[in-house]
Design a protein around this ligand. Sequence first.
Ligand code: NIG
Ligand code: FE
Length: 434
Amino acid sequence: MNGDLIIKNASELVTCSGYKAKRGSEMGELHVIRDGAVVVRRGVIESRGPTREVLSGLDEGDFTIIDAAGKSVLPGFVDSHTHFVFGGYREEEFSWRLQGLSYMEIMRRGGGIASTVAATRAASMDDLVRSGLKRLDSMLSFGVTTVEGKSGYGLDSDTEIRQLEAMAELDSVHPMDVVRTFLGAHAVPVEYEGRGDAYIDHMVKEVLPEVAERNLAAFCDVFCERGVFTVEQSARLLTGAREAGLGLKIHADEIVPFGGAELAAELGTISADHLLHATREGIRAMARAGVIATLLPGTAFSLKQPYADGRSMIDSGCAVALASDLNPGSCYTESIPLIAALSVLHTGLTVEETVTALTINGAAALGRAGTVGSIDPGKKGDLLILEYPSYRFIPYHIGVSAVERVIKDGVVVYDKTLSLAGIPRGITRDPKRK
Ligand code: NIG
Ligand code: FE
């Protein structure tokens, strides 16, 4: 378990090679090596290439060896936008939406985010860590090795910080890497009803400084949307966050066109997320500014909204990332294969672009393209072995995970071949016993 690992004879090694976001036509290049091998030493990728070349002269003695014949090997997925730490659920709200109520109507009636805020304020640190662990386990089984998680269900200093601390704890106990984002401006809490400006002031002057000083978050995010926070309020918060040393993200143009993409470009945020209703000019501005467009097609699916136009974003020269948006309201799923299927069927990305968006571009959206997101020397040994010979099975097996084994820092942390009720593969059961 020291992170010394060799995977060899893979039908293909999908390296997604690169150390920064891929834009436009680069997104279609996966850099696939046939009959590939990868060597991981002490958790870090040492070399990769055709099996014969990589293994020649190497003493395999001390390594854990995996023969991946007939299987595709990829970098671990990076889910760069989730809200996975929360209290309570909103299953009744899902039914209301089926009866015709919109997401924003439910929110205006005091449901939606406010309902999860009440449940999260009531949750202890222990509750948040326990439920978070279960969700991380599930994400890991889908091949996610790095995940971003947002606060935003406290909307008061104590609970926002508790959410961030819970994620720090989860990062230290779970194999997955958890990147924290402060989303104190997710909604205006009841205490500040009708006083959005005062709430932003409170965030900038009282909460952000503590978050920054205690290194509780790498990024600051805001729900910039009609009826939530204006472009001006969002700009004020994000500018304050930048001054405090945080990276910037924005929920932009999710429900209506609102100038979120344009603001992202103006501020040079690392990503702008959702973009279902982003304008053409907003997209072009993002491409010029190098803002990563993070698409969350699970949310469009769950809210029955039109999908973001990923095709024109890539054709305009944008870097596109894909993420789950796992949250208890607008999109309760962590299913990466579902996201991949929606990406190719509804946002206009090719299968190759989808893989790029889930790996190196997801990593870049978290400022981690130098350490994860591709199978390149010097990066973490975060790898996936599929049960199929080709990456094309990822969206094709709709909603069902093609991932057989997940490797984190060179160690196998999830293995589907062992999980079938504990029955070893290849054993024929005595028909009389059942
Ligand atoms: O990304 N849009 C704002 N935030 C989440 C939804 C949060 C919720 O409904 O609880 C989103 O869709
Ligand atoms: Fe979100």
